[in-house]
Ligand binder design. Structure first.
Ligand SMILES: O=P(O)(O)OC[C@H]1O[C@](O)(COP(=O)(O)O)[C@@H](O)[C@@H]1O
Ligand SMILES: [Mg+2]
Ligand SMILES: [Mg+2]
Length: 353
């Protein structure tokens, strides 16, 4: 059986970096180190049922979520793969409340990495696809060794973003602003090989929407109207969409990236800012979506124009095929019309349900 390509991710990164004569290789190293960490995590995910890595650690993270052993393991692996290289001035992780400085015994560098070490934690035990999401920024602060300011940058300033899906195969998808490229892990040689060069979200994409409709009663009027329209129950849509919801953001996003469609985690009366985190979930996927010809919005604003104020801030998210994200914005505009402040529309609906 012939393998499709022999372009490893390391070679792909180095070739991409050749376009920048001033490049030092530091950036390539960071992406290679993330790819290495992904291999380590993939190894544990693959044998999760056999290893003592299922279940909870007993800790509660800054999100108020019970920490899964795989969340913690993935966090440690990524941290340790990046902390000693001399390329970073710090990190931020879903699993750690504050900015993560580089240990004093190691030199620092001019980049910072933000990551969701294990995305889709609720699916781990059920052997459903989970993932890792990462975002890379340049150091901007005057702080000698880096500080939270270096992580609190709007998404359009990202210099790279990517994710890993631990599914039927392990795939790493990344962008440095020159298109979106997918690599599949060849377990027999432990190499990520280029399998999906230059990914573009099909347009018009498949008529697929992903949302947790269990939250319907807490949704705004505009959000309900949108989903009613997608399902063709408002009488104005002769071609209803299909619903697909895995419950792992990375896996839902990945499917929509390849097939078209869109994912949404709206704000609602219980979570006025939505559930997903801006800096290490929404913003990196937004960079990929835009690079692949799609869009990412809060329903009102481009995700990557949001000026972040805190490491773990949440945002409503509509992401995928551009035409479907625009459709969502049109329905949500109804909420803004009905209420001076969109949040009022949310509360009004939720409370009355
Ligand atoms: O169970 P819900 O409310 O639908 O939320 C599912 C969403 O929460 C998440 O699991 C949150 O991410 P983490 O697992 O990294 O905390 C997303 O992957 C997913 O899209
Ligand atoms: Mg997540
Ligand atoms: Mg997570």
């Amino acid at each position: 059986m012939t393998t499709k390509s022999v372009i490893t991710i390391e070679r792909h990164i180095i070739e991409a970096e050749r376009q920048y004569p001033e490049a030092t290789g530091a950036f390539s190293n960071i992406l290679s180190d993330v790819a290495f960490a992904a291999k380590m995590i993939a190894k544990e995910v693959r044998r999760a049922g056999l290893a003592d890595i299922l279940g909870y650690t007993g800790e509660v993270n800054v999100q108020g979520e019970d920490v899964k052993k795989l969340d913690e393991y993935a966090h440690e692996v990524i941290f340790k793969a990046l902390d000693h290289t001399g390329h970073l001035c710090g990190m931020a992780s879903e699993e750690v409340e504050d900015f993560i400085p580089i240990p004093d015994r190691f030199p620092t560098g001019k980049y910072c990495v933000l990551f969701d070490p294990l995305d889709g934690s609720s699916n781990i035990e059920a052997n459903v696809s989970v993932g890792t999401i990462f975002s890379v920024h340049r150091k901007i602060s005057d702080h000698e060794r880096g500080c939270a300011e270096d992580c609190l940058q709007p998404g359009y300033k990202q210099i790279a973003a990517g994710y890993v899906v631990y599914g039927s195969s392990t795939m790493l998808v990344y962008t440095t602003g020159n298109g979106v490229h997918g690599f599949t892990l060849e377990p027999s040689i432990g190499e990520f090989l280029l399998s999906h060069p230059d990914i573009r979200i099909p347009s018009p994409g498949q008529r697929i929407f992903s949302a947790n409709e269990g939250n319907y009663r807490n949704w705004s009027a505009g959000q309900r109207a949108l989903v009613d329209h997608l399902k063709g129950v408002d009488g104005t849509n002769p071609k209803p969409f299909s619903a697909r919801y895995i419950g792992s953001l990375v896996a839902d996003f990945h499917r929509n990236l390849l097939y078209g469609g869109f994912f949404m985690y709206p704000a609602d009366s219980k979570s006025p800012n939505g559930k997903l985190r801006l800096l290490y979930e929404a913003a990196p996927l937004a960079m990929i979506a835009e690079q692949a010809g799609g869009r990412a919005s809060t329903g009102f604003t481009r995700i990557n124009e949001i000026e972040p104020t805190s490491l773990h801030q949440r945002t409503p998210l509509y992401i995928g095929s551009a035409e479907y994200v625009e459709l969502a914005e049109q329905f949500l505009a109804q909420d803004a019309q009905h209420a001076a402040d969109p949040a009022d529309a949310l509360v009004a609906v939720g409370a009355g349900a």
